[in-house]
Design a protein around this ligand. Structure first.
Ligand SMILES: [Zn+2]
Length: 386
């Protein structure tokens, strides 16, 4: 089917959105939130004739969903982008300038991920302009809070469902099929408080944590030597926060440690917990004064999709058409909302534009790749939704 991407619309929409401050208010008290940009997106969706739902689920926090209804009997596809950005402190360019230079568009959120959201809207517009009616529904979803707690996508997946999804986070136009998850653990060692002179009474919780840390250091090195996931890399961990003792002349009664363990597809919370618990059990066996507890406090699952999944094949073929070569399949070391969408039973891949400077002083997106993205999203919707 023949369609065209309206390039002026795509660039203008990206620029408009970069010029709207949507910094995440959970990251900084001065964060603007998603209400203003959400209203802008709802208006663009309304112009296209989509069924628009605006969900201001907390002050300044907003999800906006636009559905291009299918004629029935086809598979549905959900496209996802987040509306929020990280903060702008320390930026060396105008964060809300949206300046165009050398085929790039500059500003906070240019690549992460307002250009992607504009490409989703441009894909919807291409279908509408060309009078193409899909059999399955196409859902354009713009969500809040990806940069902090993923409140937006958590809410989205309870209310909307599709057969497959594309998360348009920046991937440099590679087909991202896997990423790691993480688990935050709390470890506490217990001692006995005593006057610093009373070595027969005091039990030092900090020293005991030291024994645990020495073993953890070994484990950390071993994890990196383990067989890495082919796309997402090896598992890893770090001892992020450590606190123990109350004053210089008292034996430390408690020591707490917070560990971040990054997981790869196939690893489970229970399996990783058991591995850490085994260290504690071994140390307790060696010394009856060693007492410690371990608990997983918060986690996000890793994500993976087979290259044979229908959505992966549809994106791969559309991407190959557009790029004129087979696309690169990749993985990421960090976590994304794709895991939540995938857990909710939608087959999910990630695909987004080329650029640089995510979360840094100078962020830009390459406009050629944003146009490519809009073509690929449109083509995939036609192939997948029928
Ligand atoms: Zn992002």
């Amino acid at each position: 089917m023949i369609f065209e991407i309206d390039k002026n619309y795509l660039i203008q929409t990206t620029q408009d959105m970069v010029r709207i401050n949507s910094t995440n208010p959970s990251l900084s008290l001065t964060g603007a939130g998603e209400a203003e940009i959400g209203a802008y997106v709802a208006e663009r969706m309304g112009e296209l004739g989509l069924e628009v739902s605006v969900d201001e689920f907390a002050p300044k926090r907003m999800n906006v969903i636009g559905v291009l209804k299918g004629t029935g009997g086809g598979r549905s596809l959900l496209l996802n982008a987040h509306l929020d950005t990280v903060g702008v402190e320390g930026m060396t360019i105008d964060p809300f300038g949206g300046k165009l230079r050398g085929g790039r568009l500059y500003g906070r959120g240019a690549q992460d991920m307002k250009a992607s959201l504009a490409a989703m809207l441009a894909a919807g517009k291409a279908l509408v302009d060309a009078n193409i009616s899909l059999k399955g529904d196409l859902l354009l979803t713009a969500v809040a809070d990806e940069e902090f707690g993923s409140l937006g996508t958590e809410k989205l997946v309870k209310e909307f469902h599709a057969d497959a999804a594309i998360v348009t986070e920046p991937t440099d136009m590679q087909l991202c099929r896997a990423h790691r998850g993480f688990i935050w653990f709390e470890v506490e060692t217990f001692g006995r408080a005593a006057h610093g002179s009373r070595y027969t009474e005091g039990i030092d919780a900090n020293m005991r944590m030291g024994r645990f840390l020495a073993e953890l250091d070994q484990l950390e090195q071993n994890l990196l030597k383990r067989e890495a996931h082919e796309l997402a890399g090896p598992p890893s961990l770090h001892a992020a926060l450590l606190q123990g003792g109350t004053e210089i002349s008292t034996y430390a009664e408690h020591c707490t440690l917070k560990i971040e363990r990054r997981t790869i597809p196939g690893e489970t919370v229970s399996g990783v917990t058991a591995e850490l618990q085994a260290i504690i059990d071994r140390l307790a066996e060696q010394d009856s004064t060693f007492r410690a507890t371990l608990k997983p406090a918060f986690w996000r699952e890793p994500f993976e999709i087979s290259s044979k999944a229908a959505i992966a094949r549809a994106v791969e073929s559309a991407l190959a058409n557009r790029l004129g070569r087979p696309p690169i399949h990749s993985g990421q070391t960090f976590w994304t909302d794709a895991a939540l969408i995938s857990e909710a039973g939608m087959q999910t891949v990630l695909l987004g534009p080329v650029g640089k400077g995510l979360h840094s002083a100078e962020e830009w997106v390459e406009l050629g790749s944003v146009i490519d993205l809009a073509y690929v999203l449109t083509e995939t919707a036609i192939q997948f939704c029928g």
